[in-house]
Ligand binder design. Sequence first.
Ligand code: PMP
Length: 425
Amino acid sequence: MTRNEELFSRAQKTIPGGVNSPVRAFRSVGGAPCFFASGSGARVRDADGKEYIDYVGSWGPLILGHADADTVRAVQEAAMKGLSFGAPTEAEIELAELLVRRVPSMEMVRLVSSGTEATMSAIRLARGFTGRDAIIKFEGCYHGHGDSLLVKAGSGLLTFGNPSSAGVPADLAQHTLVLDYNDAQGLRDAFAKHGKTIACVIVEPVAGNMNLIAPKPEFLAAMRELCTQHGSVLIFDEVMTGFRVGPGSAQGLYGITPDLSTFGKVVGGGMPLGAFGGRRDIMEKIAPLGPVYQAGTLSGNPLSVAAGLVTLKKVGAPGFYDALTAKTRTLVDGLAAAAKKRGVKFSAQSVGGMFGVYFAATPPTSYAEVMASDKEAFNRFFHAMLDAGFYLAPSAFEAGFVSAAHSDADIAATIAAADAIFAAG
Ligand code: PMP
């Protein structure tokens, strides 16, 4: 038994499934998950001492790589001054000011401790602001595990949804309308039918929780237009795309201005931190100014804020995203070229520093197309890459991430390893 296997078997006795978040369990790809002991730059080391080049980066936050020296130092310095106060600190203002400067649609912002909290709060705020209950989400988008968001499509087109998790009341799920991603007409039809009742539309502006699906420009544009017409709040869930796909996040990249945005991952630099913000008139409905309640004992935690500040300052360096985008594109182009050379049905694409790989002839544009890709082929590829020392997301339905710490040599080694695996069939 390897040390990883030993730890997994021990963990399962006291932690459900042995993990504190389900996708870590390798259920989708099979086998024992890697228990990580340490990470540095682009590399992680597991409990057996095996090293991997990491393309998960803690599911997105680690845009500077593992244990970035400046981030670690800032966290250490903050820790020496106190772990938490439950009272405001100056650093929180600095982070809020930085966020509203970088993301012009955000006039005000509130800090929370996770992406889930950010989306849950934004949904409540949209409902409180509009006085409406219904929300629209898209199949395959994940917005954290808030009750209103753990909903799958209803049985017919334009019917409200059903819970996708036990424990979510059907009474609540029936307020969530689940539509197809990238289907502007579906959205128009939904607004034509239900427009007056729709509090908000929430969307991943680049979908990263069903592998990676790039938005069709007309999809995002239609969404903006329809929300404005019908008095609904447009929420961009940028928990994954925020400061990952470009300096102004996905809204900057695609030139669409949402009413509210949610952030997580990169904004906390690897520490627990989320944020939601947007139009001043909407944000002023939040307690203590307004009637929509939202709170958190550890919100704006000094260690998280310190990590977030350093990270956002470093990604603000000129050319940061050009370099990250180019490097990520080199990776996906290299993987796709290798597969083509070896006659493997495979495609790949990237947006900024996030990427998708698909065992399908062309990158999918919808949830149905993602589901039609060859999951077994992905699982074999995942394990072959893992054996070769490359840690990809352990699921065919998750995006991957490149960090500033990945070197050109790391990228070349990754392509070479994939080429050998494709060649071996
Ligand atoms: N929204 C999106 C787009 C996400 O990708 C995630 C997490 N992967 C969340 C919300 C939830 O964030 P958290 O896991 O920090 O609660």
